[in-house]
Design a binder for this molecule. Structure first.
Ligand SMILES: Cc1cc2nc3c(=O)[nH]c(=O)nc-3n(C[C@H](O)[C@H](O)[C@H](O)COP(=O)(O)OP(=O)(O)OC[C@H]3O[C@@H](n4cnc5c(N)ncnc54)[C@H](O)[C@@H]3O)c2cc1C
Length: 288
């Protein structure tokens, strides 16, 4: 039987106090939000902490706001609160569409967006979409506050660039422009997705061409990745982009340096990327 070792929970009243607590307890401590990943890892004895600092009780850290065209989502906002947020629904519907399909409703009710990103599981849905949306995260620590672009936040499987003395306080995502056409698609057989693919296009005024494209693939490499070559192939007239979809998918697959593993062969994953990029394109531009 798996049993949790004894630990103490500490409840800071502010971000500054949470940071002080972490400095005080050092390596014996970790932040704790929904606990959906952390407590499981502690049960399996993969992680051991004597002190957990509960960031979910810090007031205001779960707020969702729109300021200066940027959606500001507090790190302890749960998947469920993001999914149900009228603000996000009207200003970034693709994010609601992705969140509705994360895990199951029990995990979404407890698990936080910040916890998902900090755990840096390669199978994270939000990490892939946030990368394509040009998001950044906000960290606070003894040296103050800093913003980290998503590109630089997740550095490897289960690794981030967050300092050992820092806490994640929020996620910043540009709200959709009227010209934005975006879609997140995924392939999932078991508990976690095997492929996540996000496509964000900016149409020109007549909607017949795309002046900017961002595409990211997740789950098939240690962290979600974009491909400049794929993005260039997805820019231009609509007919040219449609004709380039297969080449763009190959460029994306190349950037992910696919490998054979228990989830499938590299060739199988390449085929998935080809199929799902086409689906993402059709979903983004509103084709059935
Ligand atoms: C059955 C199951 C199915 C799942 N399916 C999916 C899926 O389909 N797609 C998907 O994307 N995810 C999936 N997940 C992952 C899920 O999204 C995460 O478990 C959840 O979001 C993690 O958030 P949490 O608040 O529970 O984090 P916790 O478990 O509390 O923490 C996770 C890690 O993040 C750190 N941490 C938490 N908050 C902060 C903070 N503010 N600052 C610094 N560090 C912090 C903790 O120290 C810990 O290391 C699944 C999980 C389960 C259990």
């Amino acid at each position: 039987m798996m049993l949790l070792r004894r630990f103490e929970i500490h409840q800071p009243t502010s971000v500054a106090e949470a940071v002080q607590m972490l400095a005080h307890f050092g390596e014996d401590a970790s932040f704790y939000a929904g606990g959906t990943e952390l407590l499981l890892a502690m049960k399996h004895d993969v992680l051991r902490y004597k002190h957990l600092i509960d960031v979910k009780v810090v007031s205001g850290l779960d707020s969702i706001e729109l300021r200066d065209g940027i959606l500001r989502i507090g790190a302890t906002a749960t998947h469920r609160s993001v999914e149900r947020s009228p603000l996000i629904r009207s200003h970034l519907p693709v994010f609601v569409d992705m969140e509705q399909r994360v895990a199951n409703v029990r995990v979404r009710n407890t698990g936080t967006l910040g916890g998902n990103l900090c755990f840096a599981d390669p199978h994270s849905d939000p990490a892939t979409l946030l990368l394509a949306l040009g998001a950044s995260v906000v960290a606070e620590g003894p040296r103050g506050r800093r913003e980290i672009p998503m590109e630089d936040f997740i550095t490897d499987a289960y690794e981030t660039s967050l300092g050992t003395d820092e806490v994640l306080t929020g996620i910043q995502v540009p709200a959709a422009t009227p010209q934005q056409r975006a879609a997140y698609v995924k392939f999932q057989v078991h508990e976690r997705p095997m492929l996540g693919l996000a496509l964000v296009l900016e149409t020109s005024d007549n909607g017949e061409s795309f002046r900017d494209a961002r595409v990211a693939v997740g789950c098939v490499s240690p962290r979600a990745l974009r491909s400049a070559e794929a993005e260039s192939l997805l820019t231009g007239s609509r007919s040219a982009v449609e004709g380039n979809l297969l080449r763009a998918a190959d460029a994306l697959a190349d950037s992910a340096e696919l490998m054979d593993d228990p989830e499938g062969s590299a060739e199988y994953k390449r085929n998935l990327i080809q199929t799902f990029l086409r689906r993402a394109f059709q979903k983004a531009v509103g084709q059935p």
